[in-house]
Design a protein around this ligand. Structure first.
Ligand SMILES: Cc1cc2nc3c(=O)[nH]c(=O)nc-3n(C[C@H](O)[C@H](O)[C@H](O)COP(=O)(O)O)c2cc1C
Length: 438
């Protein structure tokens, strides 16, 4: 019998919390304490992992200045997610922690060493979200004029991940022998140069870290374009997708699985999770009112457009809100995100696209925990997906929203047998093993 359970992840960024909302923290705490609390809640309720987003720039795409970006604090300011990983790990028992690190900006050796270190510090609960970064503004912080072109970024990333994996594997699993008789800590014959010399990268190796608990930290990826999907299918343990309709979700998952199989991988080893952001309420009407109130917020429209501008490098302030968008809109940034936004938008004005779709686009997840659990079950059964990656509306986290999901929605899912009961059936301690349990 196939296991009908699915996985749950949470998409977080190390940025300001819901500082001007009713239930936020006030926006002054940069110690990570809010996120530590959130991680504890998620761990307790059985979430498999948190995925920590990252960018390395203060964007000026929207309106050509930092004004809108910093007013809305969308992607900036933010702190580096890597040092947060051990903080979250120490506060939790089982939660996986996946940090985003860019192949365009990290030298591969540095990244291999950092992720192996984090895997030790978390005792095998770490993952790496492989991103190539799509923004010239970020590239310029590292001394490049422009970000490499979209498909070339993925070609480089392919070689990059291969190199990083070779570094991780440059020590045999049993290289640390701890032989007291010969007073030998590690056997030099079990550790070797990798002598990597590729089209884009070179590294002699070996890594100077001992083999980490997972040996190869979990790899996550979010590729919407054909090249992105290839990278995901080749390496990823977890793939996250912003697909906005059930048909797109199914097509995306089938495609990733087919690509993985063609590369000789077991499709079941590649978990495909869909990004969703439910709005919960005490009654369905209450939830609808909350969703609508969000849309009535005068800041919502601009804030959303700032966020999309950041990841597509398209200045949405140039377009008339009450006209349709140009038909030939293209990005060398996040193609999948732009496609998800434009899905079904023919003839609609920009205002209608943003305001009209935000409730419906992620499967109409508005209602009581029971209503939303029913809907997630329907989607899960129709798509055959492996789970969902939840984020707070507008990526503005507050503890109350997390509690609504962790203590409202998740128990409903559990009652339907759709998610793990972490008390009755504790997960395996290492993240990859845990993901492969079902
Ligand atoms: C859920 C999700 C999380 C992502 N997190 C990040 C991130 O933290 N940093 C980043 O630069 N890109 C991030 N991306 C962008 C992806 O890495 C990738 O560039 C994007 O999906 C576009 O890929 P495509 O051009 O193949 O469609 C994320 C995308 C998704 C859907």
């Amino acid at each position: 019998m196939t296991d009908s359970r699915f996985h749950l992840g949470w998409f977080l960024n190390f940025t300001v919390d819901d500082w001007d909302g009713q239930w936020g923290d006030g926006g002054r705490d940069w110690s990570g304490e809010t996120l530590v609390d959130v991680a504890r809640q998620l761990d307790r309720s059985g979430f498999d992992f948190v995925l920590l987003e990252d960018k390395s720039m203060v964007a000026d795409t929207y309106g050509g200045s930092f004004v809108a970006e910093l007013k809305h604090a969308y992607h900036a300011p933010k702190l580096d997610p890597a040092p947060l990983v051990p903080l979250l790990a120490r506060a939790t028992e089982r939660l996986g922690i996946i940090a985003t690190l860019s192949t365009t900006f990290y030298p591969p050796y540095l990244l291999a060493r950092l992720t192996a270190t984090l895997d030790h510090l978390t005792r095998g609960r770490v993952g790496w979200n492989v991103v190539t970064s799509g923004e010239d503004r970020a590239a310029q912080n590292y001394g490049y004029e422009r970000i490499p072109e979209h498909d070339l970024r993925y070609e480089k990333a392919d070689e990059y991940v291969d190199l990083v994996q070779r570094l991780w594997e440059s020590w045999d699993e049993d290289a640390v022998v701890l032989d007291r008789e010969t007073r030998t800590y590690a056997d030099g014959a079990k550790v070797r140069d990798i002598g990597f010399s590729g089209r884009f990268y070179a590294s002699r190796g070996p890594l100077n870290t001992p083999p980490s608990p997972q040996r190869r930290p979990v790899i996550a990826q979010a590729g919407g374009s054909p090249k992105g999907r290839d990278l995901a299918a080749k390496y990823a343990d977890v793939v996250v997708s912003p697909a906005s309709t059930v048909d797109d979700m199914r097509a995306y998952r089938d495609d990733i699985r087919a690509r993985a199989e063609a590369l000789g991988r077991r499709p079941d080893d590649v978990k495909v999770l869909f990004l969703v952001s439910p709005t919960l309420g005490d009654t369905d009407a209450h939830a609808r009112e909350r969703a609508e109130a969000r849309l009535r917020d005068p800041e919502f429209l601009e804030r959303t457009l700032v966020g999309i501008a950041d990841v597509t490098d398209i200045d949405f302030s140039r377009f008339d809100l009450d006209q349709p968008l140009p038909a030939d809109l293209a990005t060398h940034g996040e193609q999948g995100t732009l496609r998800a936004m434009l899905k079904g938008s023919e003839g609609k004005t920009l205002r209608e696209i943003i305001l009209g779709d935000s409730g419906r686009r992620k499967g109409d997840l508005v209602g009581t925990p029971a209503t939303v659990a029913d809907r997630l079950e329907e989607i899960h059964r129709a798509v055959g997906g492996d789970g969902f990656l939840i984020h707070a509306p507008g990526m503005r986290i507050n503890r109350k929203y997390v509690i609504e999901v962790a203590d409202g929605l998740v128990p409903e899912l559990r009652r339907r047998g759709l998610v793990r009961d972490p008390v009755a059936e504790p997960p395996r301690p290492r993240l990859r093993d845990r993901l492969r349990e079902f």
